[in-house]
Design a protein around this ligand. Sequence first.
Ligand SMILES: [Zn+2]
Length: 342
Amino acid sequence: MVALLFTLTFGILMLLVITLDDDEGGGGGGAELAAGSLKIGKGGVPAAYAGLIQKAAASCKAGLPAAILAAQLNQESGFRANPGKSSAGALGIAQFMPDTWYGRNGSKGAGVDGNNDGRKDPLDPEDAIAAQGKMMCELLRSAKKHPEYNGSPIELALAGYNAGWHRVVQYRGVPPRTFARGETYNYVKNIMASSANYSGPDLGAVTSKGWTRPVDGPLGTPYHQRGGAWSSGMHTGIDFTVSTGTTVKAAGPGTIHTAGRGGAYGNQIVIKHADGTYSQYGHLSKISVSAGQHVEGGQKIGLSGATGNVSGPHLHFEIRTGPEYGSDIDPVSFLRQQGVKL
Ligand SMILES: [Zn+2]
């Protein structure tokens, strides 16, 4: 559970109040600390939560690995959105104590409305995972100010999540085995040991040919899947399953051909590449480049979203032999030829 001992002292709530200054902001610039990719499916992260975990990790600029958040969710709840109240009263997939989530005695709670539905619900993974990431990010930043403490910054942050940051301060590191019958000590140890099970290949890597995956997220609807949702009767690109607000990167070096409204594709970007191919990025929530601009592979060009004709947020991605719809080729085999792992 999150900080059993919170209920006793609320030390961390003060910490939260002090450090709630935001991490998100900005949004410009290309270089961001990679949150790392996740292993999805059997033995890894349930697909339904992978995008949320990636987003939570990526929005932390202090270098919070997605695999750590995943291992932590497994430790907290076994990835169950509503495992029932723990004996200590903790709630939801990230096992927040009600006082931590909602705040108490006027202190601001750690709860987050991750999906902007107007509610901060600890039983809603879209809110709980966002709040978990935010809290871990704040703890990580506090931890980095104390290189003299016993434990790596990630270990200190995990200990703070479990026991409250004041316990980390008290012990000048991860609390020892003698503290709380080893609960915090083992919590940190288990998560550190199991996080490797949840990390996937480095999907953010740019290949020697300058190409990369356009977004850190799992593949969804494949190329040429047939269905009535598409005007051509089949899917002209590939979808990456990512939640709204995920960083979208230029798949390869080139020049922005168009950036703006694209009909059923919502906000879209088309990039022209040196070999005469074009890459297209659809349904974006934000465009951060303009026509004529040169981009490198891996450079941020916008944020994923759900604009245009969609049933939910994702990135629609095409490789084309011309700038317009209808000239698509298989994007998976194209990217693989550039050395990208898919
Ligand atoms: Zn699509």
